[in-house]
Ligand binder design. Structure first.
Ligand code: PRP
Length: 218
């Protein structure tokens, strides 16, 4: 029989990867080494199951998957939308739940309602552009930032922000509020388009197994 090739997984670093690995364990996919906090290794192998895993920066996961350097990726819906790569999104893992929102001080609400030409600071310019231009038909000035987005309206860089809200604590502690909701977010499984055809049986089984666990825990 022909030797199975490795299936490679790209996982977004951090909390998401940890939860993903816990979920994978429940369907019998384990990778001891990756859980070692001291390791500086970048790629981990499960020889028995012919699987490889690597951790990458979230926004790079769709890139690895589109080019086929990884067959499968796990990444937030925010990143999938922002990166706009040619990949298949096949499963909602149901964790990492949060919302993409337009936020600001209460006083900015009427600027949004009146479609004023406001400034929007965000780490997600594509998502913000799609929301304001295609959904709301409102012309805005987008300002790309790389983190601590809540600062922007506080220091007068922008009127509002387009950012992730999880518990709402960051907003609350900074006198800001959700003004509009763009979309719900959570962790998703993405698959390379060629791998989906070439390794259909293995990938379909993986998705089915994951679905079963997710549904049993609901
Ligand atoms: C995210 C997001 C908000 C915060 C929301 O930032 O950009 O700032 O978490 O969480 P909360 O609603 O539970 O307060 P993250 O911590 O990822 O860092 P960043 O500011 O560098 O983007």
């Amino acid at each position: 029989m022909e030797e199975k090739r490795y299936l490679t997984f790209a996982l977004g670093k951090g909390r998401l990867a940890k939860k993903t690995l816990q979920l994978f364990e429940k369907i019998g996919i384990t990778c001891e080494e990756i859980n070692d906090p001291a390791t500086r290794k970048l790629i981990f192998v499960n020889e028995e199951l012919k699987l490889k895993f690597f951790l990458a920066k979230g926004p790079d996961v769709p890139t690895y998957v589109e080019y086929g350097a990884a067959d499968i990726g796990v990444v937030g819906k925010d990143t999938i939308l922002e990166e706009g790569r040619n990949i298949y999104e096949v499963l909602d893992l149901g964790f990492g739940k949060c919302r993409m929102c337009i936020c600001g001080p209460e006083s900015a609400r009427e600027l949004l309602q009146h479609h004023e030409q406001i400034r929007v600071a965000t780490k997600y310019p594509h998502i913000a552009k799609d929301y304001f231009y295609n959904k709301k038909h409102q012309t805005v000035e987008l300002i790309k930032l790389n983190g601590s987005i809540e600062l922007a309206p506080i220091v007068g860089l922008s009127e509002v922000i387009c950012d992730i809200v999880e518990t709402g604590t960051t907003l609350k502690e900074n006198g800001l509020t959700v003004l509009e909701e763009v979309c719900p977010l959570s962790a998703r499984v993405v698959v390379n388009q060629v791998s989906m055809k070439m390794e259909n049986e293995r990938i379909t089984k993986l998705i089915t197994d994951l679905k079963r666990v997710i549904e049993s825990e609901r």
